[in-house]
Ligand binder design. Structure first.
Ligand code: SAH
Ligand code: SF4
Length: 363
């Protein structure tokens, strides 16, 4: 089987060109065609020599993950079901907000962490995504947008908040991030990428080797007993160990860590929870993003009433903590990561071969 072109960094591809007696600078040109113009057909690479084009065609697999289903919500949020060469699928979501278009990328098929509120957890971990399957989500969605919406519709930001725990797939996510940041590849700014983690302590301690992107921690409770009920990982790495590890994250002076806080009715939304949060977090170093729980079939939790969510936010703000509620569409979509699969199954189009336009629907 041919190597997927998208698994290689620019330096790696340069080294291969050199080894194979071809000019290494062609790597810069090809990377710009693919990652800036989303042109994956070598015949269209006008400034690349025929010899190099032939070399790429013969030695590398240039096929992208397939979009097998998509849905567009009323607010413009687009969900995609993306399929890889082994037929495994993940969800990828594009969320518009003001001048941004954020892509929510998956890092694994399924997830091993087993959070009790998360639909993805019910699948268990099937496998890690490869580098080219991570960047391939961006490429496939960008091409879809170009073809279906127009050239002006460009992805601007990335959140690693789809299926999977990105730090469990550390090396591949690191390399994919390097390609997202590479000025001759996607060329995104560091502040446009946010990695969300459930709190894998040994990997958090390795973030010193990771490109300096924004970090979000799925906290969900500042009380060990409650957090352990929600996230079994807390039984291995409790709050004390987690926060010792967080201190090692190399943060630039102007940046703060985002703490994602899922709000579940009568479980972590009380006065006592606010007290615990204020005791745990330092105002000047933290941002809190409240995510009202998103229900799914078979879940035992409930979303609190809107007033309760607002009360929680206002109380935290009055205590001096920058606290926001994840915008409804973001909340619907991000939390709905892991739910698309069942929606597709319900619609009985699972594995369908119809063109995506025929399946185009509203969720
Ligand atoms: N695995 C990583 C990133 C993906 S999940 C992590 O856990 O951080 C992205 C966010 O969605 C996390 O904060 C996660 O806790 C939250 N989430 C998962 N299931 C949810 C649900 N049913 N309702 C609301 N948010 C949910
Ligand atoms: Fe995995 Fe994140 Fe879901 Fe937890 S919330 S099971 S870490 S995807």
């Amino acid at each position: 089987m041919l190597t997927s072109f998208y698994d290689l960094s620019r330096d790696e591809f340069k080294a291969r060109l050199k080894e194979d007696g071809l000019p290494p600078f062609a790597a810069d040109q090809i990377f710009q065609w693919i990652y800036r113009k989303f042109e994956i057909n070598p015949d269209q690479w006008t400034n690349v020599s025929n010899k190099v084009k032939e070399y790429v065609k013969t030695n590398y697999d240039l096929s992208l993950p397939k979009i097998v289903w998509q849905a567009i919500s009323n607010d413009g949020t687009k969900k995609f079901l993306v399929q890889f060469s082994d037929k495994q699928t993940v969800e990828t979501v594009a969320i518009p907000a003001r001048e941004r278009l954020t892509i929510c990328i998956s890092s694994q098929v399924g997830c091993a962490i087993g959070c009790t509120f998360c639909h993805t957890a019910t699948q268990g971990l099937k496998r890690h995504l490869k580098v080219g399957e991570v960047t391939g989500q961006f490429l496939a969605i960008s091409r879809w947008l170009m073809e279906n919406v127009g050239a002006e519709e460009k992805l601007t930001n990335i959140v690693y908040m789809g299926q999977g725990e990105p730090l469990h797939n550390f090396d591949n996510m690191q390399k994919a991030t390097e390609i997202f940041l590479d000025e001759k590849a996607f060329g995104l700014g560091q502040r446009r990428i946010t990695l969300s983690t459930s709190g894998l302590v040994p990997q958090i301690e390795k973030l010193i080797n990771f490109p300096p992107v924004n970090i979000a921690i799925s906290l969900h409770s500042a009380r060990n007993n409650v957090r352990s009920e929600l996230m079994p990982i807390n039984k291995v790495y409790d709050l004390e160990r987690l926060f010792t590890a967080i201190q090692t994250i190399p943060l630039k002076a102007y940046r703060r860590i985002t703490y994602e806080y899922l709000l579940i009715d009568e479980l972590n939304d009380t006065e006592e929870d606010i007290e615990a949060l204020c005791k745990l977090l330092r105002r000047e170093e933290s941002k809190i993003n409240l995510i009202p729980f998103n229900d799914f079939p078979g879940s035992k939790f409930k979303r609190p009433k809107k007033e309760k969510v607002l009360w929680f936010m206002e109380t935290m703000n009055s205590r001096g903590y920058t606290t926001t509620i994840r915008a409804t569409k973001g909340a619907d979509i991000l939390a709905a990561c892991g739910q698309l699969k069942s929606e597709v199954e319900k619609l009985n189009v699972w594995g369908a071969t119809q063109s995506s336009n025929e399946l185009h629907g509203t969720v």
